[in-house]
Write a protein that binds this ligand. Sequence first.
Ligand code: CTP
Ligand code: MG
Length: 379
Amino acid sequence: MDFSAIVVAAGRGERAGGGVPKQFRPFRGRPVLLWSVAALAEAGAREIVVTAAAEDIDAWPGLLTNQSVKIVAGGATRTASVRAGLDALGEADVVLIHDAARPGLNGEVIARLLEAIQNGAAAAAPALPAADALYRTDAAGRVLASVERAGVQRAQTPQAFRADLIKRAYAQAPMDAVFADDIALARAAGAEAVLVAGDERLMKLTYKEDFAVLERMLGGRACVGSGFDAHRFGEGDHVTLCGVRIAHDKGLQGHSDADAGWHALVDAILGALGRGDIGAHFPPSDPQWKGAASETFLRHAVHLAAEAGAQIQHVDITLICERPKIGPHREAMRVRTAEVLGLPLDHVSVKATTTERMGFTGREEGLAAQAIATLDCPR
Ligand code: CTP
Ligand code: MG
C-alpha cells in the first residue's frame, strides 16, 4: 500500500538529559532517529518528512542530508511539529506519523497499520493493553481512585491516517492546540480510530534509563568474524604492527604499510558483517593504497559496521613471529587499536606467539597475524 511518513524529531529531550537531544544520541551503532527513518524506508515509504529543530538541522547536517528525507523545521510542541510536517508533505493517500524517540519500529507494525487503513479505517494506532493496576492520584501521590483497567490501552506510534482526513483535522484545530497524539487530534475532529496490536519494542525513549532497557529488549545477534594475514620480511629498519612502529633489522613487504595485525583485524570485522575481504575494499592493484597507513582500512571497517547498525564489542589479535619481540609493545598496540575502534581498553586483546622455529614464521621469512572480532549486529 502506498504511504508517506512524518517523523517528529524536534523535541529537546529534557527528561532524558544527556546534553544532546535523545533522537540524535547513538543507539546500537547509529543515531536514534535513523532507526525509524531506515524502518520506514525499508517498508517502502514514498516520502519521509523529518521535522527537526532548526539548531539541530545545523548541528547534524551530514546526518540528515545524507538520508533521502525532506527536513523541515519543527515547532514548540509535538502538535506544532506534526503540523509543520503535514504542511511539507507532498501528495499522499496514507500518512504514518511517528516519534523519532521510538527507534524500535519494525515492518510488522507498519504492515498491521496499513492493513487497518486498507480495511477502511480512517485512523489507526498500535497499542498495548495496560497490565498494571491503574490509579488516579493527586500531586502528592495520594491515591484518589482506582481506574478500571479493562479496555484501557497504551497507544504508541506510528499512527496511520488517511492523508486528507488528518490534514483536514489539523486545519480545523486551533494553531496553538496541543494534543497528546494525532489520534486524539483526529478524534477531536470527529474521526473514528481503531487500534492494532502494538509492540513493546516500540517503547518511547523518555528517561535516561530507557536507552538500556530498549537496548536489552531489542537484543542483538552476535556475529563473529575471523581474519588472517601474512607478510614477507625484506629490507628495512622497522615494522608497523597494530599501528605501532617497532625498530627491527628487517621490514615487512606489502603494498600498504604491511600491518598484518590490523589487516587481519579488518578482515575479521568484514567477516562478521559478511562484507567480503580487505582486498575487495582496497585492491592491491590500486596505486592509491601504495604505502597507505592501515589505519585508513581499519577506520573504513569501523564505518561499515556503524552503517550496518552493528557494534564492535570485542576484538582479539594474535601476532605470530619469532622477532621482533612483541611483549614490550603489546600494551601500546592495544591502546592504538582501542583508540581507532572507539572501544574501552578491556575490549581489545593483543597477543603474540612463536611457532617454535617451525614454518615460515619460524624461519623468519615472514610474519603472520590472526584476529577474531565479535560484533552485536541488528537482527
Ligand atoms: N517532538 C517534536 N517537537 C516538539 C516536541 C516533541 O517533534 N516540540 C517530538 C520528539 O522529538 C519526540 C516525540 O515528539 O520524537 C515525542 O516527544 P517526547 O518524548 O516528549 O520528546 P521530547 O519533547 O524531546 O522530550 P521531553 O519532553 O523530555 O523534553
Ligand atoms: Mg516532550
